[in-house]
Design a protein. Structure first.
Length: 129
């Protein structure tokens, strides 16, 4: 039986430590991981190489995560439907509602454990268990 292609995750966060932590957890779980520092860089990367899942921080310079999702979801391209997991330190109900209105599929409050990250990545990317 041929190996299934690795699912690709794009981590969008301006904090290098967070990106490194997510990359390590996801690569250990068998994902291919790419990174972007903000929404603008993420849009550019997605046009070159689509992803199976987006993990998006809310607060970033140049283009924040919610603006990124709004712009992405308006595109008339298949990549507009890429599942998005939004992560933030903001835990108020209005923060979750704003993320969902922008196009997030799930909203999780940081910090995330490696197991939680791998679990959500598997469910959202359609990766077999």
């Amino acid at each position: 039986m041929a190996d299934l292609a690795k699912k690709r995750v794009l981590v969008i966060d301006d904090a290098s430590l967070v990106r490194m932590y997510y990359r390590d957890a996801l690569e250990r779980a068998g994902y291919e991981v790419d990174e972007a520092l903000n929404g603008l860089e993420a849009l550019e990367k997605l046009l070159v190489a689509p992803a199976d899942l987006l993990i998006v921080d809310v607060n970033m310079p140049q283009m924040d995560g919610l603006t990124f999702l709004k712009v992405l979801r308006r595109q008339d391209l298949p990549l507009a439907a890429t599942p998005a997991l939004v992560t933030s330190t903001e835990a108020a109900p209005q923060d979750k509602a704003a993320a969902q209105a922008a196009g997030a599929n799930f909203y999780l409050v940081k910090p995330l454990t490696p197991e939680m990250l791998a679990d959500y990545a598997g469910r959202m990317s359609g990766r077999p268990a």
